[in-house]
Ligand binder design. Structure first.
Ligand code: ZN
Length: 389
C-alpha cells in the first residue's frame, strides 16, 4: 500500500534537491528551511554553526528530553554534479519511470524528505521517547559536521540510546561500516640534471617504494585478515589513490605528493597499523635519503578520518527497536556518520535508508519511489514505538 504521505515526501525532496548543497558551498539555507519547518510543528530546535558560520548542523527534537530516545540522522551536503553529464538538471527533481532523479536524491536527501514528511505525525503522536532529527554539514568531505552533533547529544542529561543513519541501504538494516583514514604524503628530495641521478634524492622513486609498501599492507590484510565476512570485502583495505610529481623528463624530481587510504573494520587497530606503517617507512627511507642530502624527508598529512561503526546488536537501544527494524542486509564499506555517533557520542548506531549506494555519487542519481514508500512505513513504526515507550 502506498503510504499516505508519499506525496508530501516527494514535494519535500523536490525542495531539498533545489538547494545546491555541494559540500564546498554553505548549507545554511537548507538548514534554515528544515529548522523553520520542524519548529512550526513544535520541535525543539538546536542549530550548531561551525567556526566559519558558513555551515551548520541541525538538531530537531520531538518528544520529552528526559528519556533515552532515538536519533534519525542524515547529512545535508551532496557531492558535486556536472550538469553536462546529466539527462536533466541535477538540482531540479525529475520524476520518471518510478524514480526521482536529482543530486542527493538517494544520498541522502531522500531520507531527509521522508523524515520531514513523517514529522507532522511525530508532532501529533504522544511520544514517550524523544526523536532527535539530526542533519549535518560536510559528511561527504570526511564527516566534519557530525562530531559536533555527537558531542552535543552525548552531553545531554539523558543521551539517545540508538542512532539510525539514513544512508542508502535499500531500506535494509546495516550493522557495521568500515572506518577510514585518508592520508597525503609529501616526499621531499633534491632536484638536478637527471644525468647526475646518483647525486640526487629522487622523490618520485621514494614515493614509488612507499606505495609498494602500502600495496604490501593491502595484500597482507587480504591474506591474513582480520576477517569479518559480513562485509562484501571482508577485511581492511589499503591503497594509494593519487600521485603528483616531477617537472621534466630530464630533471630529478625533488617533490612527489601522493594520497593513500586505509579502510578498517577495527577502529583501534587502524591507528596502530597506520602508525606502524609510517614508522617503518621512515626507518627504512630516511637514513638513505639523508645520506645523500640532509635537507630531504617525508611529511605526513592526515586529510580526514572517520571511525568504523561497530555492531549495535544487543545494546538496549537496538533491542528496544529490534521488532520494527528492517531485514538485515550486512555491513558496508562506504563511510557514514554511524561511527562518529558511536565512537564520539557513545551512541550505538545502525544504517537504514532509502535508495541504493550504487546510485550515489553518480550522474543521473535517483531514488526509487518504492524505496521512499518503504522508508515512510519504517518511520511510522519508529514513531509508534516511540509513542508506546
Ligand atoms: Zn551519504
Amino acid at each position: 500500500m502506498t503510504h499516505p504521505t508519499l506525496k508530501d515526501a516527494k514535494a519535500h525532496l523536490g525542495r531539498l534537491i533545489a538547494f545546491d548543497t555541494t559540500s564546498a558551498l554553505s548549507n545554511r539555507a537548507i538548514v534554515d528551511h528544515m529548522a523553520d519547518y520542524f519548529a512550526e510543528l513544535g520541535a525543539d530546535i538546536t542549530i550548531l554553526p561551525d567556526d566559519t558560520g558558513e555551515k551548520a548542523n541541525l538538531i530537531a527534537r520531538f518528544g520529552p528530553a528526559g528519556t533515552p530516545g532515538v536519533v534519525l540522522s542524515g547529512h545535508t551536503d551532496v557531492v558535486p554534479a556536472r550538469a553536462v553529464n546529466w539527462a536533466t538538471p541535477p538540482f531540479q527533481m525529475d520524476e520518471r519511470d518510478g524514480r526521482l532523479y536529482g543530486r542527493g536524491s538517494c544520498d541522502m536527501k531522500g531520507f531527509a524528505a521522508c523524515v520531514m514528511a513523517a514529522a507532522p505525525e511525530m508532532a501529533r503522536a504522544d511520544l514517550k521517547r524523544p526523536l532527535y532529527l539530526c542533519f549535518s554539514h560536510d559528511e561527504e568531505v570526511g564527516c566534519l559536521g557530525a562530531p559536533a552533533i555527537a558531542q552535543h547529544l552525548a552531553a545531554l542529561d539523558v543521551p539517545p540510546m540508538l542512532a539510525i543513519i539514513g544512508e542508502p541501504s535499500e531500506m535494509k538494516l546495516v550493522t557495521g561500516q568500515k572506518g577510514k583514514i585518508a592520508m597525503r604524503a609529501h616526499v621531499r628530495g633534491t632536484a638536478g640534471h637527471s644525468s647526475f641521478a646518483p647525486q640526487h634524492v629522487n622523490a618520485l622513486e621514494y614515493a614509488a617504494r612507499i606505495i609498494g609498501m602500502i600495496q604490501d599492507r593491502g595484500r597482507a590484510y587480504a591474506e591474513n585478515g582480520p576477517f569479518d565476512h559480513d562485509f562484501t570485502v571482508p577485511h581492511a583495505t589499503m591503497l594509494a589513490t593519487m600521485i603528483d610529481g616531477g617537472v621534466a623528463t630530464n630533471v630529478t624530481p625533488d617533490r612527489c605528493t601522493f594520497t593513500f587510504e586505509l579502510r578498517s573494520i577495527d577502529e583501534t587497530r587502524a591507528r596502530v597499523d597506520m602508525d606502524a606503517l609510517l614508522s617503518e617507512v621512515e626507518n627504512r627511507m630516511l637514513p638513505e635519503m639523508h645520506a645523500i642530502s640532509p635537507d630531504t624527508g617525508i611529511e605526513w598529512e592526515e586529510i580526514f578520518a572517520y571511525p568504523a561503526m561497530g555492531d549495535a546488536t544487543g545494546t538496549p537501544g537496538f533491542e528496544a527497536l529490534r521488532d520494527i527494524l528492517p531485514e538485515w542486509g550486512g555491513k558496508v564499506s562506504y563511510g557514514s556518520e554511524g561511527g562518529v555517533f558511536e565512537v564520539i557520542g557513545g551512541i550505538p548506531s545502525i544504517i537504514a535508508g532509502p535508495g541504493s549506494i550504487q546510485q550515489a555519487h553518480k550522474a543521473d542519481e535517483f531514488v526509487e519511489i518504492s524505496q521512499m514508500d518503504d522508508c515512510l512505513h519504517f518511520l511510522d513504526k519508529v514513531v509508534s514505538s516511540s509513542a508506546t515507550g
